[in-house]
Design a protein around this ligand. Structure first.
Ligand SMILES: [Zn+2]
Length: 327
């Protein structure tokens, strides 16, 4: 790695601990990406702490002596409380209750900040990405589940206990599809990447999507959201019907959020960003119909996220610039 930027005077490090991968970045104070590292997320809290320390050590070792390292920010796939400790992280192994901020802070010589990964991704989008200079926004990532963050007056709203911005488990149909959390009919069972698959499997079970299922040797268990996107892009009418239904569910949840929060912009991240031409217009096309007063109020802009897979790590590196960040 050659950071090779003579004008860099200060930098910060961000590490995003996801369910499957851990990404570390170093960002200059101007917001330029100087270095990036990626590892599989190990199982177990001790191993996670060791990996964070080793990424920190490797990235900070790249900095010239005259560059000041301002902070280490950590994004975690899970709920993080106001003191920066992990409250509940179902997608990480043995990480519930992990006092990660305290453990890391005792071993490094810069301030350490910890937040939820979706909050970090939102921070990256409002500082450097799609919602730059937007004061009130909602950033929603449609991945395995649904991550969310609420931006109020230019900062990420953390709520009473630091746990705000989790729209994935809003109920949209109490008699609906079973969610990984144990409830029935959570929004993310319909509108996450997994939700797209759920909707497709439900149709395949009643005999629809025959061309897609035929391509899988007759096994509809093999259906993925990506296959549906590809088939729909190729003109498969039944796959297009799934995408239309999916867009409706995405829009229903977004309209619920918008009714509560009145955002100027909604930024959508996740797999759909790569197929925005297929999903974006469909979601925007039905969103207004679900939002009260849409004919009278200013329209809410719905945009794809810009920061890509490094959003969480980039946002984590910016945590030190947030007033009131956990430290
Ligand atoms: Zn749920």
């Amino acid at each position: 790695m050659d950071i090779g930027k003579a004008h860099v005077k200060a930098a910060s490090i961000g590490i995003d601990i996801g369910g499957t991968k851990t990404l570390g970045v170093m960002l200059s104070e101007q917001g330029n990406l100087l270095a990036q590292l990626r590892f599989p997320t190990p199982p177990g809290s001790v191993e996670i702490v060791e990996l964070v320390l080793s990424i920190y050590s490797e990235l900070s070792g790249e900095i010239d002596n005259d560059v000041q390292l301002s902070c280490l920010g950590i994004g975690v796939a899970g709920l993080v409380d106001k003191t920066g400790e992990i409250y509940h992280a179902p997608n990480l192994v043995n990480a519930d209750g992990l006092r990660i901020r305290e453990l890391i802070a005792s071993k490094v010589d810069v301030p350490v900040h910890v937040d939820n990964d979706a909050n970090c991704a939102a921070l990256a989008e409002i500082r450097l990405g799609a919602a730059k200079d937007i004061g009130n926004a909602l950033v929603v990532t449609l991945g395995t589940g649904i991550g969310g963050a609420v931006v109020v007056n230019g900062t990420v709203f953390r709520g009473g206990f630091g746990l705000a911005g989790e729209p994935g488990h809003m109920l949209v149909d109490p008699n609906g599809i079973r969610c990984a959390c144990g409830a029935n009919g959570c929004w993310e069972s319909y509108a996450s990447g997994t939700g797209l698959r759920n909707l497709a499997v439900r149709r395949a079970e009643v005999g629809e999507l025959q061309d897609v299922v035929k391509g899988l040797g007759g096994r509809h268990e093999g259906i993925t959201g990506e296959l549906i996107s590809q088939a729909a892009s190729g003109g498969d009418k039944e796959a297009i019907a799934v995408v239309d239904e999916y867009a409706k569910w995405v829009a229903i949840g977004l309209a619920n959020c918008a009714a509560l929060l009145d955002p100027e912009m909604i930024v959508l991240g996740g797999g759909i960003v790569g197929s925005w031409g297929l999903f974006g217009p469909r979601i925007c096309g039905v969103f207004d119909g679900f939002l009260i007063g849409s004919e009278q109020r200013s329209s809410v802009l719905i945009k794809p996220a810009k920061m890509g897979e490094a959003a969480g790590a980039v946002g984590a590196s910016l945590l030190g610039t947030v007033r009131g960040a956990a430290q």
